[in-house]
Design a protein around this ligand. Structure first.
Ligand SMILES: Nc1nc2c(c(=O)[nH]1)N[C@H]1C(S)=C(S)[C@@H](COP(=O)(O)OP(=O)(O)OC[C@H]3O[C@@H](n4cnc5c(=O)[nH]c(N)nc54)[C@H](O)[C@@H]3O)O[C@H]1N2
Ligand SMILES: Nc1nc2c(c(=O)[nH]1)N[C@H]1C(S)=C(S)[C@@H](COP(=O)(O)OP(=O)(O)OC[C@H]3O[C@@H](n4cnc5c(=O)[nH]c(N)nc54)[C@H](O)[C@@H]3O)O[C@H]1N2
Ligand SMILES: [Mo]
Length: 773
């Protein structure tokens, strides 16, 4: 049986002491290509990664530079490429051998290890197997079923952030022509907190930093982002900054190797000399969920230092001109900061006042500061207020809209940002609906659609009639897995547009399809010749991308074509929407996008091939504030708890705060292997990181098996057992385990206030010895 529980306990847990990158990374790259059966041609493919006229990496959304390195990829980019160009195939013969019930017993790793899906498949309830179906029959049946659904608000169009701008634009238009704004996406589980927080503060939903800013910055603040595993190419600008003597101040509960030191695997000198650059100049192990308190402390300390400077007749430490002419809310925020109690700040952040003040001192000496952050800030109940407090800190010294400074949320999926830009959103106010109405001669739906959590709630109520999934593994990525999986099968129609087998596909309802598509790395040829696609990186730069590999199977079709075909089969004909022309020539989709969004996409076709891509207009970069009051807003938190969970029911047991994390050997629900190299874990994912003080206090030992149970507010019992204890450098009271396995513990109602991003980084749990395993 291919179940993870049969894997051995972590015998040889040994903390990783080498730098990130370096020889470990180089060895790993060679092994990955071999593992996927592609050592030679895979290496050739990699030379085209993130290059003009090559393909954009399918892994993270980190900035693609105008002057790429000879090898502009990282170890995890290689894994993502190798995963897509693997020589393994998941064919109809495989599906004929295994029932869906049997496959449900497999773990994520073994499911995706079957390789690329090759044929469209339809679920056959009589045999409990997926059977081959022709594209024509599949599309016609889906179109007929969607067309016949009367309550069109009960159909969901999910997308994971990997699809191109072209496919995403068509998908969003399809949903709106169909009759709803139910376009949840992976961003709802990820940086939605950013998309809610930043517009209120600075009037743009995305980061304001470019690579040039890294070259001149004087200080970098890094919060809750595991750069070494999740966006390793960021380590190059961080390394350069560190060498220039730029302080890099990190806030992270775990000591992550990638944030400690780095050897550039592309530098012969560094590799030969085993030379490593320290990354963080100061490492603050904040408690999980303690960042609002920590940032409040840093802002408060800055005000105190400023007060002292003024008393001493020294220049102010705040950018008072900027505050006066560009911002709103300073008096209210500073009064609130003065009122905050240092004891509460220290307790909730887990950091001493002196450490927070030290950050404020370094920050006060810098003329231009960048703040980077990831899931460690967004996936918390107080995530929105936390991101806004980080922006407050920047605004107090005018660090938005000037060279070398800005806010830098590191987006996850490689095109999650671009999808939003071209209309994938449940929020109608973010889309130029009037322009769509004019362009396509229809009345677009104006009511808000379902986001991820709301879609799940409707599925749990049994209301959703059909769920279309453009990429991703929704059922596996969302909270409350057992309840969701049960309810998933009650949906009459589920359509999985995918490249690999995953768990969402194994929960079929009455009708279920697996529709395999081309990946971005593959050559996409239509009757008009080879087609290009485009995507946007985390700095708002839009790049062209061309596939370079032969398709994994001759039966695959592109996402653009599939979305167009399903739309045609579903909708009544509309002479203004030329699905067939778009399917044949993707430049016509880009022309349509430019018509809908003229300010962003003028000269789209040419500019996407410029080195480094073209930048979408972001007024905050030039101190234009597209907020309601035309100012940058210093936001005062309205919650009274500084992010602390005060209303937890208690039965007297110790409550721990669980963060759910990615290993170095996975991409979200795709598990490449069982090695989390930088954290010293080999051969398993069934572990819990825990402080030795906590381990001893609970009379447990390293390697003991434990069970976690969520502290329940809704009366539902959630348990996750068979986990081995790994003693780790993590604050007392905080523990860590891997996502997605730990999602069974995450309640649907536990999300960031304001953005509904599931609060996956702070789940209150209790710990018990596991007697069963
Ligand atoms: N190889 C690889 N690359 C990826 C992905 C992948 O799975 N694998 N996923 C992609 C996606 S979709 C995303 S969104 C990004 C995710 O990339 P990250 O934002 O790095 O997300 P996580 O791996 O979940 O790790 C979060 C980090 O935040 C820290 N953290 C946890 N809780 C807190 C807290 O309360 N405060 C602070 N300050 N820190 C905290 C953790 O210790 C960890 O270092 O990566 C993208 N890139
Ligand atoms: N507990 C907990 N839960 C979390 C998180 C967490 O940190 N903790 N993180 C959240 C975050 S940040 C995110 S982004 C979500 C991720 O949620 P999703 O984006 O839904 O999940 P992925 O695992 O990225 O999806 C993997 C699947 O995508 C398909 N795929 C890959 N490439 C392509 C392609 O080119 N086209 C198509 N059509 N399909 C493709 C493959 O079949 C693969 O099985 O999970 C969220 N859930
Ligand atoms: Mo994400």
């Amino acid at each position: 049986m291919r179940r993870q529980n049969n894997l051995p306990r972590p015998k040889n847990f040994k903390p990783y002491t080498a730098p990130s990158g370096g020889w470990g990374s180089a060895r790993s790259v060679a092994n990955i290509l071999r593992r996927e059966g592609n050592p030679a041609s895979g290496a050739l493919t990699l030379t085209r990664q993130n290059k003009v006229d090559g393909f954009q990496c399918v892994s993270c959304a980190w900035i693609k530079p105008a002057k790429p390195l000879p090898f502009e990829f990282c170890e995890n980019g290689v894994k993502a490429t190798a995963w897509e160009i693997t020589s393994r195939r998941c064919t109809p013969a495989f599906f004929a051998e295994h029932t869906v019930t049997e496959l449900l017993d497999w773990d994520d790793y073994h499911l995706e290890q079957e390789g690329r899906l090759t044929h469209p498949m339809r679920y056959d309830a009589a045999t409990d197997k997926y059977v081959p179906v022709s594209w024509g029959d599949a599309v016609a049946d889906i179109g007929r079923q969607l067309h016949d659904i009367e309550d069109r608000e009960n159909v969901v169009f999910y997308s994971s952030g990997r699809s191109s701008n072209e496919a995403s634009y068509m998908y969003g238009l399809f949903a709106r022509l169909y009759g709803n704004n139910n376009l949840p996406d992976s961003s709802n589980m990820c940086h939605e907190t950013t998309s809610v927080a930043l517009p209120e503060s600075i009037g743009v939903p995305v980061g304001t930093v470019t690579l040039d800013d890294f070259a001149t910055t004087e200080c970098i603040l890094s919060f809750g982002q595991n750069a070494g595993s999740n966006s390793p190419r960021i380590l190059h600008p961080l390394q350069e900054a560190s060498r220039r003597g730029v302080p890099i101040i990190t806030y992270n509960p775990l000591r992550e190797r990638g944030l400690e030191s780095f050897t550039n695997p592309q530098s012969v000198t560094e590799m030969v000399a085993h030379e490593a650059t320290p990354i963080s100049s100061s490492y603050n192990q904040v408690r999980t969920g303690g960042d609002l308190a920590a940032l409040t402390g840093i802002c408060k300390a800055l005000l105190e230092l400023d007060h002292k400077a003024i008393q001493d007749h020294r220049p102010s430490l705040l950018d008072r001109d900027f505050i006066a002419s560009h911002t709103h809310g300073f008096d209210r925020l500073s009064a609130w900061l003065r009122k905050q109690d240092w004891q509460a700040i220290e307790r909730i952040s887990g950091l001493p006042r002196a450490a927070l003040t030290a950050t404020a001192v370094t920050y006060a000496h810098s003329n231009s500061t960048i703040a980077i952050y990831g899931m460690g800030l967004t996936q918390h109940r107080a995530g929105v207020e936390t991101v806004q407090m980080l922006v407050n800190l920047l605004l107090l010294r005018g660090n938005i809209g000037k060279q070398g400074a800005g806010i830098c949320p590191v987006r996850g999926h490689s095109n999650v940002q671009g999808q939003r830009t071209v209309g994938i959103t449940e929020k109608p106010e973010l889309v130029p609906l009037d322009r769509l109405a004019q362009q396509y001669g229809f009345e677009p739906p104006r009511t808000k659609g379902l986001d991820t959590v709301e879609a799940c709630e409707e599925i749990l109520k049994g209301k959703i009639r059909a769920f279309i999934m453009l990429g991703g593994n929704f059922a596996r990525a969302v909270p409350d897995r057992p309840r969701m999986e049960k309810a998933w099968r009650d949906m009459p129609l589920t359509v999985n547009i995918a490249t690999k087998l995953n768990r969402s596909q194994l929960l079929p309802g009455a009708t279920s399809y697996i529709l395999p598509v081309l990946g971005r790395i593959e050559i996409d040829k239509t009757e008009c010749g080879p087609q290009a696609l485009s995507m946007e990186d985390t700095s708002g730069c839009i790049h062209g991308s061309r596939g370079v590999r032969l398709p994994a199977s001759r039966h695959l079709i592109s996402e653009v074509r599939l979305v167009g075909e399903i739309a045609k089969a579903t909708l009544d004909p509309n002479p203004k929407v030329s699905w067939d022309d778009w399917i044949a020539d993707y430049s016509l989709v880009r022309r349509a996008i430019a018509e809908t969004y003229p300010d962003t996409f003028s000269d789209y076709e040419d500019r996407m091939w410029e080195p480094g891509g073209f930048q979408r207009p972001l007024p905050a970069r030039h101190r234009g504030w597209h907020t309601k009051n035309g100012k940058a807003n210093l936001m005062t938190p309205t919650s009274k708890s500084l992010g602390e969970d005060r209303d937890l029911p208690s039965n007297g047991e110790d409550v721990f705060h669980l963060m759910t994390l990615r290993s170095n050997d996975q991409f979200n629900t795709t598990v490449y292997g069982y090695t989390d190299r930088f954290r010293g874990i080999h051969g398993t994912r069934d572990i819990v990181f825990m402080n030795t003080v906590d381990i001893e206090r609970l009379s447990l030992s390293s390697g003991d098996r434990i069970e976690l149970q969520t502290v329940s507010r809704d009366g539902i019992e959630r348990r996750h057992g068979g986990l081995s204890i790994i003693p780790y450098d993590i604050p007392v009271g905080c523990i860590g385990a891997y996502y997605p396995e730990a999602n069974v513990l995450l309640p649907m109602g536990h999300y960031a206030i304001g953005s509904k991003t599931p609060a996956a980084k702070s789940i209150p749990v209790t710990i018990r010895r596991d007697m069963i395993s």
